[in-house]
Design a protein around this ligand. Structure first.
Ligand code: ADP
Length: 173
């Protein structure tokens, strides 16, 4: 069965999916942007889970992801994925952003997550060019093989008009 792809504009902390993805940093202990918004809205249980993961495995590498409770959010889980900082394409940013999406989807399957919402990872403070990041995000989810047919819907949650327009233009084609 095909996975439904949806684009919406808004605040990911309000989205009623099984899991929302956080554009986290390697510390896993919170930050600004969407990371700050998720920790503020989700409450201390998310940070507690993040601290447990930190104690067990140390920092989260760029391109990797971990899963915690959704705390007070409508979503049951938060998948914390670490995207790359843009440095003019010199540091494997494309591969690392692809991995951030793929590893998030693998965690979704392992946790029986049927609906998952992604923010536009790396396109804020990390300055990944928005159009290139959107192409990577869409291509990665489109070519992702979920042989168990667990994931039913992937929602791209755009916060700014520019990303919203970019995603709609790519998906219209
Ligand atoms: P990064 O460090 O990965 O660039 P940011 O949080 O700075 O992470 O930005 C990632 C994307 O998340 C940006 O496109 C930003 O506009 C968006 N964003 C910020 N706040 C929210 C929110 N509450 N819901 C959804 N997206 C958000």
């Amino acid at each position: 069965m095909d996975i439904i792809l949806t684009v919406i504009k808004g605040d990911i902390t309000k989205v009623e999916a099984d899991a929302i993805v956080n554009a986290a940093n390697t510390s896993l202990l919170g930050g600004s942007g969407v990371d700050g918004a998720i920790h503020r809205a989700g409450g201390k249980d998310i940070l507690e889970d993040c601290q447990k993961i930190r104690n067990k495995q140390g920092k989260c590498k760029i391109g990797e992801a971990v899963i915690t409770t959704g705390g007070n959010l409508p979503a049951k889980f938060v998948i914390h994925a670490v995207g790359p900082v843009w440095s003019n394409g010199t540091k494997n940013e494309t591969e690392l952003l692809t991995s951030a999406y793929t590893n998030s989807l693998n965690l979704a399957i392992q946790n029986n997550i049927e609906t998952i919402a992604f923010p536009n990872i790396s396109t804020g403070i990390y300055k990944f060019p928005k159009k290139e990041a959107a192409i990577i995000a869409i291509n990665t989810v489109n070519s992702f093989e979920d042989n168990l047919n667990i994931i039913k819907e992937i929602i791209f949650v755009c916060y700014d008009d520019e990303n919203y327009t970019i995603y709609n233009n790519i998906l219209k084609k």
